[in-house]
Design a protein around this ligand. Sequence first.
Ligand code: T6T
Length: 329
Amino acid sequence: MGTKARDNTRTLLALGAAAALALTLSSCSSGSGSSGGGAKSITLITGVKSDPFYITMTCAAQAEAKAKGVGFTADGSAQWDVSVQRPLIDSAAAARPAGLLVSPVDTTALTPSLKQIQNAGTKIGLVDTSVTDPSIGITRISSDNVKGGQVAADALAKQMGEKGSVIVISVKPGVSTTDDRIKGFTQGMAKYPGIKVIPTLYDNDLPATAASQIQSTLAAHPDLGGVFAGNTNTAQGIATGLKQAGKQGAVKVVAFDAEPDEVTALKANTIQVLVAQDPAAIGAQAVDQLVASFDGKPVTASIGTTMVPITQQNMNDPSISKYFYKAAC
Ligand code: T6T
């Protein structure tokens, strides 16, 4: 069985069983290599750098780079926006690191920049999000987001007693991870004829937008029984919007990720299920793959990492709470 298939099986087992820094990324560096430039240096450019998902990924990548004795620098986009992330990628290119790990915020718009860096000899690894051009990158490491969306659909249908209207609120179209989650969720919901799926709304990764979107959806669809939140910021906004409308607990929420505010909302029963990813494993394994390529060793083209559904019932189990994301290293 390949690594991805094996990890997917592990994921399914974990999911089945449960069915029932402000890190200053821009100043983060470590290791003995010459940071940002020399023969053995890795640069990580994430999506939104204040997002605990990427903080957790960065902390683990930094620790792994230190353990492997390679230089490491990291930065991330201030917003989920191509025009904000592109200059970071271009300036990383100018430093010509041996390796670049990147979570592109769009599946196509950043491809020309990445191609240029790759053609100049930098080994690229795609972490979490990816681009559609298969020639970019020597390794891609992420959750199986389609599977995660399917799991979210089953969990939400169960919470809703398989009836009512449901909506997905997500980041924006053209993001590989969240597009896959919506795809999986839509496939999963097709099994439940009693549930009507309302067209997806996009919040541009802004909690305030998600909060107002959930309130206008409630007004337009009084039978709204459930929401699937595509990521952390979306989930935070939905939790706020439902609380303001006095609908927490009445409208069921299944959300991707497990950052501190989502965990608080789970405790308060404003969110019923979190689908946690393993961003630390993504970061550490990505560094391992690039170091293998520096050493002329085999590299795994595609690695799937674990996802775990978290509920009030299992959230205090240390084997589950270890998946909570960090807000600092
Ligand atoms: O859900 C994660 C990540 O997987 C996705 O690509 C973007 O949003 C997050 O960072 C969480 O906010």
